[in-house]
Design a protein around this ligand. Sequence first.
Ligand code: ZN
Ligand code: ZN
Ligand code: ZN
Length: 349
Amino acid sequence: MKTFPCSCGITLYFENFHCMACGATLGFLPDHLILSPIEPLPDGSWRALAEQADGKRYRKCRNYSEQDACNWMVPVDDPDDFCLACRLNQVIPNLEKPGNRELWIRIEQRKRRLIYDLRRHRLPVYPKSTFPDIGLAFAFLEDDPNEFEFHVSHGSSQILTGHANGLITINIAEADDIEREKMRLQMNEQQRTLLGHFRHESGHYYWDRLVADGPLLGVVRRVFGDERLDYAAALANYYQQGPVANWQQQFVSAYASAHPWEDWAECWAHVLQISDTLETAVAIGLAPPEVLAGSFADRIDHWIELALKINLLNRSLDQPDPYPFVLAPAVIEKLRVVDEVISGSGFSP
Ligand SMILES: [Zn+2]
Ligand SMILES: [Zn+2]
Ligand SMILES: [Zn+2]
């Protein structure tokens, strides 16, 4: 993630609503992918003050003006009340219920970062409400405590985080740190993060858009294996038997060994995570800007070095390794293929 300059000269961060120094109101401009100071106009719209925006007028996203849950803007000639990220919401949690608002705000924050990532890579973001067949949508659902007893006693599961036909479902318990850590331990995972869920599930969505039935299917299948393998049986097998032996040699995570689709989604999530973190490293002076324009091999070399440093810094702070993964050569090849699919998608922003 980049940082952004305020008119007053101080550095602004993606999540900010106001400049901490001069107090300016801020808005993220999805068409320019920048956070900009904005000034109110007499007609109720806002003028973006960042130079790139060239004085363009915007409205605040409805989740900004009414909820303070979003800091994104909508171009003034766009008829939608919601910004590019919020218009993807199909279901949000019941905000009347105590605690849900805090969880929802965390979820929206991660979702906006995902949408930023996708647009930065020039991946198409079409709302499902306008494009039912190829669009993307989100449902943020919670387990019904009344139904919970029923499900448990019948051995079936709660709301599952997942993707189907462009709809990404996130169980809002994933935004609760204690609940998520419990699930991480239960599933025996090295890492489980809210943003990681968004990245992983978006990988399934873009498989459908960029790989399935397209010219890239052959090369992806050669590297990830044949996805026609029975998915339900493969997952059932994974949960019964655990990952394949020595999975570290072939897979980025144990779960990636469950099925080629999961392998793809796990690698997709890593590529987004790595490129976002490298962009941050450049923005804050921890890596030279050339890294971002370099070859995949150069970026990965840089990443491996940087990830080790971040892990070591965290050990000094007695925190767990933020990147507890080993990237074997076969895994790096998979990441390279994902990176190529992303950079070759060629959609204009
Ligand atoms: Zn300022
Ligand atoms: Zn919004
Ligand atoms: Zn998955």
